[in-house]
Design a protein around this ligand. Structure first.
Ligand code: SAM
Length: 314
């Protein structure tokens, strides 16, 4: 997305005369630039799908104008009516005043190149796991050979659905303890027409899964410790607490996963878990586990990989 903020288009209301006094045409670009300046001044926190004011403003502005993100340069030159501009300004105003992230205002976000419906029942998808899933878990798995996947703590269903798309022969179990989150996951599974391959189920970790065994267990569980939870910017407080909070050190959910995942993995199966900046606490709590910490070209980290054999040996 272009970040050319130079042509911000001041209006003739500045009182200048002649050519300079003529109002610049109200275009999509002008509105996005205005919104970006307002977001910057309000010092909102980014990190829920965008990492800068221009992209955040573009998402909100295009939503308010009911325009698709496609369209290239021509989209930015489009003229906008005063009424549409007022709608965009109001949405930016809500973003600033309520500190609600853009996806909760627009109801949509993107993960692994796919569109997902989101609302306050689910965490806004942003896991670096998207990159690994898009390449079919290469080089650790052979995408064509993966038959069963578990997405533990599925939230919006983004990881489960992206896995089903990237692993064409896989059936995916998408589980979550939150019945409200599962309603959103079901909606997304329907929208992606994956009802035959993605099964959405309520479960407290592995408890409702019986003896099911998987080639890959992937999880982005809650991992925020109590002290960090208190310090999170206001934007994060709109997200479900159950999606973030994981006890004093942020280890409560990871501990269950490490204890029980081995029994639900097939031979040579993989456990892939995001723990974000709880990585240090995980390393200290499990000094003997041979975690492989993954690197991501698009940024992010705090994701480990273990094989079933490594898990059961320790
Ligand atoms: C960090 S969010 C991840 C959501 C989604 N997978 C994503 O990446 O956007 C963690 C999810 O784990 C779920 N969760 C929390 N405790 C759980 C438990 N005991 N068993 C299953 N799911 C749990 C939460 O409801 C939440 O949807």
């Amino acid at each position: 997305m272009s970040r050319d903020l130079k042509r911000s288009g001041r209006s003739g209301r500045s009182g200048r005369t002649g050519r300079a006094a003529r109002a610049a045409p109200l275009t999509v670009r002008v509105l996005i630039a205005r919104g970006a300046r307002r977001l910057t001044r309000a010092r909102v926190c980014f990190g829920h799908g965008t990492d800068n004011a221009w992209d955040e403003s573009a998402g909100l502005t295009l939503h308010a104008l009911r325009l698709a993100h496609r369209g290239g340069a021509a989209l930015y030159r489009r003229r906008v009516s005063a009424a549409a501009a007022a709608r965009a300004a109001e949405l930016i105003g809500r973003r600033n005043a309520e500190r609600v992230t853009a996806p909760y205002l627009t109801g949509v976000t993107w993960f692994a190149g796919l569109e997902f419906a989101v609302d306050r029942r689910v965490l806004v998808p942003r896991s670096p796991l998207a990159e690994l899933i898009e390449r079919g878990f290469a080089p650790w798995a052979d995408a064509g050979g993966v038959r069963r996947v578990l997405d533990l703590g599925t939230g919006s269903g983004c990881i489960a659905i992206a896995c089903a798309r990237a692993l064409p022969k896989a059936r995916v179990d998408a589980v979550d303890i939150s019945a409200a989150a599962l309603e959103v996951a079901r909606l997304n599974v329907r929208r992606h027409r994956l009802g035959r391959r993605v099964r959405v189920k309520r479960s407290d970790h592995f408890s409702a899964l019986g003896k099911a065994a998987y080639d890959i267990i992937v999880a982005n569980p809650p991992y925020v410790g109590a002290r960090e939870l208190k310090r999170l910017p206001p934007e994060y407080r709109h997200e479900p607490r159950v999606a973030l909070a994981a006890g004093a050190l942020g280890l409560d959910s990871v501990a269950v996963i490490l204890r029980e995942a081995g029994a639900h993995l097939r031979p040579r199966g993989l456990l892939v878990v995001e723990v974000g900046n709880t990585e240090g606490a995980v390393r200290r709590a499990y000094p003997r586990l041979p975690f492989l910490w993954l690197h991501f070209a698009r940024g992010g980290g705090g994701v480990f990989l273990l094989t079933r054999e490594q898990l059961v040996a320790h």
